[in-house]
Design a protein around this ligand. Structure first.
Ligand code: MV4
Length: 489
C-alpha cells in the first residue's frame, strides 16, 4: 500500500478526529500537517503533527472554516492531500473543488456526490429509483393546497422536512391537517436561514423508529462495499450519545438487505471514499433517510468489529488504490459500543461545561480504546463542540461489551469539566438498554436516568491515588508529619 500513497497530508480539523487521522498517517509513514486556531495553541492535535500552522482566531469562521486559506497552506507546505475530518468544511462541495483547482487530493467524496446527497429530495429520488425503500412522501411543496392534498394521500401524521439539509433542523411533525400550513411556514423559514434553501416536502412520519446507519466505502475502480450497521438510536436533539454494533434489532438477513440498499444508494450517487447511509428502522422495515458524505464520529465501532482501519482505507482509495478487501471478505466479530464523553453537565440540560481538565487517567485493559485530543492540563475551548473523548469497548458479545463499558467508565478519571461519564453509567444499567429496547426517543422516555446518574457522581476511580478523599487526608497528614519533624530538628 505504502509506495503509491502520499508523503504528506494536511488535516483540516482539530480534537480527537485530527489525532485519529494523524495516527493512521503515521502508521502509513505519511508526514502530517496540523492547523490550529488561537484557542488550540496548546492543543494535542497541534503537537501531535510533524508540523503545525496557526490559521486564525478561535471562532470557526476565522480558522477551521477558512477554506481558501487551508487549501493554499496545503500547497505551500507541500502536502499532496487534505483530510477534512467531520464537521467544519467536511461536507462542503466547494472543498473538493478548491482542492482539485490547487492540485491537492481531497480525502473524501467527489463534489458531485456531495451535491447529490446534499439535496434531501434529490437523494430520496435517487435512492427510490434504485430500489432503496423510502417512506411515502411528496415532491417539493409550493402552495398550501398542494401540501394538504399530498399529506391527505400520505396520511397523517406527516413530518415536514427541509430539502436543503439534514440533521433534524427545521423538521416539524404534523398530526392533523389544521396544523399543516403553519408547520410548513415554520420549516420553510428555518430552512431558508439554516441552508439558504426554502424548499420543503412532507413524508409519512414513523413514530418511534430506531436510527440505524450503514457504513460504506468505495474506491475509484467501481468497488463499493458495506461494513454493516451502527445502532445510533440513543441521541438527544440529534446529537448521538452512545452507539453500538451490531444493532440488537438487526438479523443477518436484515444486515444483508440494508447493506445492499446502502451500496445501491452509494453507487447511484457516484460515491467514492467512506460514507454513511442513514435509515430509520421500525418493526423490521427500514427506510432511507440521508447520506452523510464524511467519516463519522462513531466510525471506530465498525473498525472494532470488522478489523478494517477506515482512515487507512480512505487514504488508499483517495490515492487511487483499490480497496484492500471485497464484500465477501468482510466478517463481523463480537460487539462494540462507543460512548461520547462530552464536557457537558447532564444534570443541567447537558449544557456545555468547557473547562481546564485538571485530572485525567484513561481507562485501559482488554477491549478498551480511547480516541481523544485531550489530556491532563488540556483546556476545552468554548468555541467548538464539547466532545473530549470517545470511549470504545469491544467484547465477544453484547453482554461482555456492556460489562467492559461499565468497568472502563469506573476507571476513567476526568476532572475539571462536568462530563457525560456518570450518565453513560446510568444508561448501561437501565433495563430497556440492557434488553436492547431502543428508539430515537430513548433519552426523553427515560428521565429517570438523571436520578440514576447521581450514584455515579461521587464514585472514585481506583486508578488515581489522589482522587480518594481518604488518600488526600493521609497524604496531607504525611506532609504535616515531615514538616513538624523538620521543625523539631
Ligand atoms: C424521520 C423521522 C420519522 N419519520 N422521518 C431527523 C433527522 C433526520 N436525519 C431525519 N430525522 C427523522 N426523520 C420520518 N419519515 C424521525 C426522524 C428523527 C430522527 C432520525 C434519526 C435519528 C434521530 C431522530 C430523532 C428525531 C426524529
Amino acid at each position: 500500500m505504502k509506495a503509491k500513497l502520499f508523503k504528506k497530508v494536511l488535516v483540516a480539523n482539530r480534537g480527537e478526529i485530527a489525532v485519529r487521522v494523524m495516527r493512521a498517517c503515521h502508521e502509513l509513514g505519511i508526514t502530517t500537517v496540523a492547523v490550529y486556531s488561537d484557542a488550540d495553541r496548546n492543543a494535542i492535535h497541534a503537537r501531535y503533527a510533524d508540523e503545525a500552522h496557526h490559521i486564525g482566531a478561535a471562532a470557526p469562521a476565522h480558522s477551521y472554516l477558512q477554506l481558501e486559506k487551508i487549501v493554499k497552506l496545503a500547497g505551500d507546505v507541500g502536502a499532496q492531500a487534505i483530510h477534512p475530518g467531520y464537521g467544519f468544511l467536511s461536507e462542503r462541495p466547494e472543498f473538493p473543488e478548491a482542492c482539485q483547482a490547487a492540485g491537492v487530493v481531497f480525502i473524501g467524496p467527489p463534489a458531485a456526490a456531495m451535491r447529490a446527497m446534499g439535496s434531501k429530495l434529490e437523494a430520496r429520488a435517487l435512492a427510490a429509483a434504485h430500489g432503496v425503500p423510502v417512506t411515502p412522501g411528496s415532491e417539493a411543496l409550493d402552495d398550501p393546497d398542494e401540501a394538504a392534498r399530498a399529506a391527505r394521500v400520505i396520511g397523517f401524521p406527516v413530518i415536514v422536512k427541509p430539502s436543503g439539509g439534514g440533521g433534524g433542523i427545521g423538521m416539524k411533525v404534523v398530526e392533523r391537517e389544521a396544523d399543516l400550513a403553519a408547520a410548513i411556514e415554520s420549516c420553510r423559514n428555518a430552512a431558508r436561514s439554516a441552508f439558504g434553501d426554502p424548499t420543503v416536502y412532507v413524508e409519512k412520519y414513523v413514530r418511534k423508529p430506531r436510527h440505524i446507519e450503514i457504513q460504506v466505502i468505495a474506491d475509484q475502480h467501481g468497488s463499493v462495499v458495506h461494513l454493516g450497521e451502527r445502532e445510533c438510536s440513543i441521541q438527544r436533539r440529534h446529537q448521538k450519545i452512545l452507539e453500538e454494533t451490531p444493532s440488537p434489532a438487526v438479523t443477518p438477513d436484515i444486515r444483508r438487505r440494508m447493506g445492499e440498499a446502502a451500496v445501491s444508494a452509494a453507487r447511484a450517487a457516484g460515491y467514492v471514499n467512506a460514507g454513511t447511509v442513514e435509515f430509520i428502522f421500525s418493526e423490521g422495515d427500514f427506510y432511507f433517510l440521508e447520506v452523510n458524505a464524511r467519516l463519522q464520529v462513531e466510525h471506530p465501532i465498525t473498525e472494532e468489529v470488522t478489523g478494517v482501519d477506515l482512515v487507512k482505507e480512505q487514504i488508499a482509495v483517495a490515492a487511487g488504490l483499490p480497496l484492500s478487501f471485497r464484500q465477501e471478505d468482510v466478517a463481523w466479530k463480537g460487539h462494540a459500543i462507543e460512548m461520547r464523553i462530552n464536557a457537558e453537565d447532564p444534570a443541567r440540560g447537558f449544557i456545555p461545561n468547557p473547562r481546564r481538565i485538571t485530572r485525567w487517567v484513561s481507562p485501559s485493559g482488554p477491549g478498551v480504546r480511547i480516541d481523544s485530543g485531550f489530556g491532563p492540563g488540556s483546556d476545552v475551548p468554548p468555541n467548538y463542540d464539547s466532545l473530549v473523548a470517545k470511549l470504545i469497548v469491544h467484547g465477544a458479545d453484547r453482554a461482555e461489551a456492556i460489562a467492559r463499558a461499565r468497568r472502563a467508565l469506573r476507571e476513567f478519571v476526568l476532572a475539571g469539566p462536568a462530563t457525560t461519564i456518570p450518565y453513560h453509567q446510568a444508561i448501561l444499567e437501565s433495563g430497556d438498554f440492557r434488553a436492547g429496547n431502543l428508539t430515537t426517543r430513548f433519552i426523553e422516555d427515560h428521565p429517570e436516568l438523571l436520578d440514576a446518574m447521581r450514584q455515579f457522581l461521587d464514585q472514585v476511580s481506583p486508578m488515581e491515588y489522589g482522587a480518594d478523599p481518604r488518600h488526600v487526608a493521609a497524604a496531607a497528614a504525611a506532609v504535616a508529619a515531615v514538616v513538624s519533624q523538620q521543625q523539631r530538628s
